[in-house]
Design a protein around this ligand. Structure first.
Ligand code: HEM
Ligand SMILES: [Cu+2]
Length: 554
């Protein structure tokens, strides 16, 4: 019997030339699918970003004079949903699709057709969500808590549910593929402990997706029954319990924050050693801490429900487990810093974004530990402190790391070099804009400004003005980015096979890679991070001394 994979392989062999139309049609090549994911996710990023700019414009003044309160509700609901389900999660899948087979020396994913199906669920899911604007978009936030979600417009909310079901299915199908490919398709010399850390992070992410996403689906199907069939699973008016929804929702949605960050931890673990010219510090510690984060991520969900009548003893459990997450996360941050320490750091665009990531993510992580503390959380719950916190994690974390990876693999994916000056300008504007937008939110939250409001007390205006100015700067920061991408694609110089002298396998093939990835069997070096630098304690101590002497002489 001819297996499905062999049929697909044959299709690939028969057509070695890539055509533009491949990117717009059902294609089974993981590289094409990776690019499809990346481009689609960026299109949605611009839409979600435009909604954010509309909200920030509204919030420049205390009165709802730019958007009506209803429209404001719709904007934050769509913004949050798009940024999560249509930008960060698919962008993680984009890197996973493009990189996993290349990094492990495989020709494609384990299930190429399933892979294409996973991608093609995305555009209808996204369009359905945007189309909800035509019938009155959902207003209940990305969390869609009942009873609110049962009262703010039936069809918009139903479209939201159907859209998330499509996007969740896409995510599950992708995860099945990533895990199988990583476990089954490595070249023969590569054991689990010599595969790149990005693969470890995707293994941990896939496990989380498979364990938690089906629970969200069940919650949303029940919500849908309440909404259109008049049942009362969650509707208190008919005797249902809205807190059950919160449990089911957060059983997925807390892990979802790790689904959004773990792939980018993996990206950072690849970018930092290459641009510091040093092997990664603590390979196994980083690999295992991803698994630890996945496990802990499954038992912390009720930290979102400290104010939902959760009994005291249960709150203590969730407070303790949440604080524990800081341990494996701290191990990673330490390892990245130790990798940079004493390395030959080149401050090019990927590395600038990576360093920006480490510092911003650290702030988001620390405010997370603050929020884990029940007495503190009760005071700032549903305030702008929380909005500040999660944007430091999602934007300062995931998004900055996404850009680091984008620039790092741009030459590989496109075969073209990007412009370094424009790249650095993009970083500087993004980093400034991001901090100016989100730092003041912490203070606003502590002063008592609620989240999800279009109208606020005039005493909050000065800090809101600063935040809005930052958001405009962020919008401006996309200009050098777009120019750089378009210009480099059209006029950029041709990229070499391995412009960074990196050691992972994807750099052993052409840029962009040939149809079935490698012209000849790739060779696994002694380890993915052996840069030929002496890493003995003595040599490290000496390089640190030299560095200090260097600093002192200046
Ligand atoms: C482009 C820069 C961004 C700006 C200016 C921005 C701004 C905002 C604002 C003003 C809110 C509404 C706060 C409220 O009224 O409660 C918000 C909510 C939110 N944002 Fe962003 N944001 C940005 C990027 C992102 C990114 C990159 C993500 C995730 C990857 C994200 C995820 C969310 C989520 C999940 C919510 C909560 C929505 C809800 O309350 O249901 N944002 N953002
Ligand atoms: Cu959480």
């Amino acid at each position: 019997m001819v297996s499905n994979t062999e049929v697909v392989k044959k299709e690939h062999r028969e057509r070695r030339e890539r055509r533009l139309i491949d990117y717009f049609t059902f294609n089974t090549d993981h590289k094409v699918i990776g690019i499809q994911y990346l481009v689609t996710s960026f299109l949605f990023y611009f839409i979600g970003g435009a909604f954010a700019e509309a909200m920030r414009t509204e919030l420049a003044t205390p009165n709802p004079d730019f958007l009506s309160p209803e429209l404001y509700n719709q904007m934050f609901t769509l913004h949050g949903t798009i940024m999560i389900f249509l930008w960060i999660v698919p962008a993680g899948a984009a890197f996973a699709n493009y990189l996993i087979p290349l990094m492990i020396g495989a020709e494609d994913m384990a299930f190429p057709r399933l892979n294409a199906v996973a991608f093609w669920l995305l555009p209808p899911g996204g369009l359905l969500l945007i189309a909800s604007l035509l019938v009155g978009a959902p207003q209940a936030g990305w969390t869609s808590y009942p009873p609110l979600s049962l009262m703010t417009g039936k069809w918009g909310q139903e479209m939201w549910i159907l859209s998330i079901l499509l996007l969740g299915t896409s995510s599950i199908l992708g995860a099945i593929n990533f895990a199988t490919t990583i476990l089954k398709m490595r070249i023969k010399d590569m054991d689990l402990h010599s595969m790149p850390l990005f693969c470890w992070s995707m293994l941990a992410t896939s496990a989380l997706i498979l364990l938690s996403t089906p629970v969200l689906a069940s919650a949303l199907i029940l919500l849908s029954f309440d909404l259109i069939a008049g049942t009362s699973f969650f509707n208190p008016a008919g005797g249902g319990d809205p807190v059950v929804y919160q449990h089911l929702f957060w059983f997925y949605s807390h892990p979802a924050v790790y689904i959004m960050i773990l792939p980018f931890f993996g990206v950072i673990s690849e970018v930092i050693p290459v641009h510091s010219r040093k092997p990664i510090f603590g390979y196994r510690a980083i690999a295992y801490s991803s698994l630890a984060i996945s496990f802990l991520g499954l038992i912390v969900w009720a930290h979102h429900m400290f104010t939902s009548g959760t009994p005291g003893w249960l709150r203590m459990f969730f407070m303790a487990t949440t604080m524990l997450v800081a341990v494996p996360t701290g191990i990673k941050v330490f390892s990245w810093c130790a990798t940079m320490w004493g390395g030959k750091i080149s401050l090019n665009t990927p590395m600038l974004f990576a360093i920006g990531f480490v510092s911003s993510f650290l702030i988001g992580g620390l405010t997370g530990v603050m929020l884990a503390s029940v007495p503190f959380d009760i005071h700032v719950h549903d305030t702008y402190f929380v909005v500040g916190h999660f944007h430091y994690v999602l934007f300062g974390g995931s998004a900055l790391a996404l850009f680091a990876g984008f620039y790092h693999w741009f030459p590989k994916m496109t075969g073209k070099n990007y412009n370094e000056t424009l790249g650095r300008l993009h970083f500087i504007l993004t980093f400034l804009g991001f901090n100016i937008t989100f730092m003041p939110m912490h203070q606003l939250g502590l002063m008592g400004m609620n989240r999800r409001i279009a109208l606020y007390d005039p005493s909050f205006q000065p800090l809101n003005l600063i935040s809005t100015a930052g958001a405009y700067l962020l919008a401006i920061s996309t200009i050098p980015f777009i120019i750089n991408v378009v210009w480099s694609l059209l006029k950029g110089t041709k990229a070499e096979r391995n412009p960074w002298n990196a050691l992972t396998l994807e750099w052993q093939t052409a840029s962009p890679p040939v149809m079935e990835n490698f012209e000849e069997e790739p060779i696994l070096w002694s380890g993915p991070y052996d840069y030929g630098i002496d890493t003995s304690p003595e040599a490290t101590a000496q390089s640190v001394e030299e560095m200090l002497a260097d600093v002192a002489s200046k």
